[in-house]
Design a protein around this ligand. Structure first.
Ligand SMILES: Nc1ncnc2c1ncn2[C@@H]1O[C@H](COP(=O)(O)OP(=O)(O)OP(=O)(O)O)[C@@H](O)[C@H]1O
Ligand SMILES: [Mg+2]
Length: 268
């Protein structure tokens, strides 16, 4: 598996008056091509700070962020702009669509920063809107679309430059629960089909179930990593389950193991 993101010993400290806030307090993990990862934690736990470090929007106090072999923390502003343009798509909580442009024009916009011809831009945008099931809404302005439709335009716009990585900070924060599930299912499908790496921040444990792995963050520390792919053994026949369970225990993270042991203890 191709390693896309590597975070080593990452710290972000903010000085506020006389005190110091440890927004990130020694974070380590690796993410691979085709992985959908959710970062889950309560308000103030450090989720957005972590995402900002990964996207190179803020400099860490200490530590390393390596993306496709490049040290992001060492790049200057020009290098970061180029890195984001070539590698990263963003999906925002409040969609950030341009109100005076229709769906097609909004999706095509990121391509104009790459000097592609208008016909190429529109052709690519058209294909992306098909992908997110908005065939009938290409000419609609943002205010003529529902929240879920607008966010699907947002997803298409993030994907149109064919980025390696997509970052999403509370992408369904402005949507009702049913629409949120639809957008999650869409993002999950696209990450799998197109082998992207998606890092999503949310405070919602239920929505995090759509991710392959869930990183739980408390006070700037990742305290547990859950692997939802291993949980899918529940759908397998009995004989397969034993094999899968054995594999699970061998490779389990210490925190995950402790949790399952606790559960076993309770049932005795
Ligand atoms: N620019 C800053 N200056 C000082 N403290 C900051 C700054 N940015 C964030 N913090 C602090 O760092 C901690 C983590 O903030 P962060 O925004 O990452 O939380 P979050 O998990 O994204 O929360 P939310 O769910 O509310 O968006 C908080 O205690 C916050 O007050
Ligand atoms: Mg936040």
């Amino acid at each position: 598996m191709e390693k896309v993101i590597e975070v080593k010993n990452l710290y972000k400290l903010y000085r506020v008056g006389d005190s110091v806030v440890r927004a990130l307090d020694g974070v380590n993990f690796e993410l691979y091509k085709g992985e959908f990862c959710a970062i889950v934690g309560t308000s103030g736990s450090g989720k957005s700070t972590l995402l900002n470090m990964l996207a190179g929007l803020e400099k860490p106090t200490k530590g390393e962020v390596i993306i496709s072999g490049v040290h992001i923390e060492g790049l200057n502003e020009d290098g970061l702009v180029k890195f984001r343009r070539d590698n990263v798509g963003f999906i925002f909580q409040s969609f950030h669509l341009i109100g005076t442009m229709n769906a097609l024009e909004n999706v095509a916009l990121p391509l104009s920063f790459r000097g592609e011809s208008k016909s190429t831009r529109l052709k690519k945008a058209d294909k992306m809107l098909d992908l997110v099931n908005l065939k009938k809404h290409k000419k609609h302005m943002p205010n003529q679309m529902s929240g879920g439709q607008q966010q699907r335009v947002g997803v298409a716009r993030a994907l149109v430059v064919d980025p390696k990585i997509i970052f999403a900070d509370e992408p369904t924060g402005n949507l009702d629960s049913h629409t949120s599930e639809e957008v999650m299912a869409l993002m999950q499908r696209i990450v799998r089909e197109q082998k992207k790496t998606l890092v999503m921040v949310t405070h919602d444990n239920h929505l995090a179930e759509y991710a392959d792995r869930v990183f739980h963050i408390i006070d700037g520390k990742i305290v547990q990593i859950e692997d939802n792919r291993l949980k899918q053994v529940d759908n397998l026949p009995e004989e397969d389950k034993t094999g899968e369970k054995r594999k699970h225990n061998e490779s389990d993270k210490p925190d995950g193991k402790r949790k399952s042991e606790e559960r076993e203890g309770e049932s005795k």
